[in-house]
Design a protein. Structure first.
Length: 317
């Protein structure tokens, strides 16, 4: 197959693994840097240009690997590919739901997936109410679009909580305030989900007294067997936002597993290191199957295009 990876250069190791694994499976892999793509649309003709040249419409599949700093531009390019009838491994709608932490929580709750109590507000006064709603300090404050543990804070007291919230607010950073699940003891579980399967799961443990278990923050990782309930929750979470490829972060609370985050275009280097698995190989296995089905279903029929347009206009859902 001819497969395009829509990415930036923020994860060169992950990207080269994806390229290498795709080539090993006999695919023709093309890396499209999001920032070198441009789009032109009109009622007669729409197309994507790459480095100024019109792209021939000959990809069997597109795998998005859009990082946080390029969310808006990346999703715009991806929407164009989607509107042109390409098979894409994850839709911009699902990616947008996963990328915004609060929006993601709203979808999870609507689908009865357990999460810690979480709040979102605009004014100083309303944040005071939310601090109480999540059970008061110690509490967690997170950037809505944060990742890899950067922008996740633990506030031990009320004054500290107000200071962090207000400083981030002044900097125009969107945040969520969340109940601190103390009993998780600096551990979380990363479940790598592809389609309706959990292909790998690792437990990550914070080091040096940190409460964040992210490997990028120094956390250690080992392979873990999930309980039946943890599996159910991780799969239900992925389904709730409509993602195909997701990194679901769970924590063990006294009330059972809770989802603290769903990562779109999740990194897999740490996971491969801990499990010895070929994660890109698993991604391609899924993409190959889905891309074939997509062709059979007649991707560019008028009703299909209308469905895509509806999806795009529902992007706020
Ligand atoms: N509500 C919480 N209670 C306890 N620990 C938490 C909570 N939320 C996050 N953490 C810890 O902080 C880490 C980073 O939080 P997460 O929501 O996954 O954001 P990021 O996108 O930065 O990975 C988690 O891996 C977990 O160890
Ligand atoms: Mg996380």
């Amino acid at each position: 197959m001819r497969i395009a990876i829509l990415a930036t250069d923020s994860d060169p190791r992950g990207l080269s693994r994806l390229v290498e694994s795709g080539q090993e499976r006999g695919h023709d892999i093309v890396v499209l840097n999001i920032l070198s793509c441009s789009v032109s649309v009109s009622s007669e003709k729409s197309c994507v240009h790459y480095e100024g040249q019109e792209l021939e419409n000959n990809f069997d599949a597109i795998i998005p690997r859009i990082d946080v700093p390029h969310t808006d531009y990346g999703f715009t390019i991806l929407r164009q590919f989607e509107a042109m009838g390409y098979y894409i491994a994850d839709t911009p709608l699902a990616l947008a739901r996963g990328r915004d932490k609060f929006r993601c929580f709203q979808h999870l709750v609507a689908n009865k997936v357990p999460i810690p109590m979480t709040g979102f507000a605009h004014s100083k006064e309303d944040y005071d109410v939310i601090i109480n709603t999540v059970g008061g300090p110690p509490l967690i404050i997170k950037l809505v679009e944060g990742t890899e543990g950067v922008g996740v804070f633990l506030a031990e007291g009320e004054k500290e909580a107000r200071n962090i919230i207000w400083t981030l607010h002044q900097l125009n950073s969107k945040i969520v305030v969340q109940e601190f699940i103390k009993e998780s003891s600096g551990e979380d579980i990363r479940c790598f989900v592809i389609g309706d399967r959990i292909v790998a799961s690792i437990r990550r443990k914070a080091t040096d007294g940190d409460f964040r278990a992210n490997v990028s923050q120094g956390g250690a990782a080992d392979v873990i067997d999930l309980t039946a309930e943890e599996k159910r929750v991780a799969l239900a979470a992925t389904k709730a936002v409509g993602l195909n490829i997701a990194g679901v972060d769970l924590i063990r609370s006294k009330n059972g597993p809770m989802v603290i985050e769903i990562n779109t275009s999740p990194a897999f280097n740490g996971l491969e290191k801990a499990t010895g698995m070929d994660i890109p190989g698993e991604i391609y296995q899924f993409v190959e199957k889905q891309a074939k089905k997509h062709k059979k279903s007649g991707a560019t029929s008028a009703s299909f295009v209308q469905k895509l347009i509806d999806n795009v206009s529902n992007l706020r859902s």
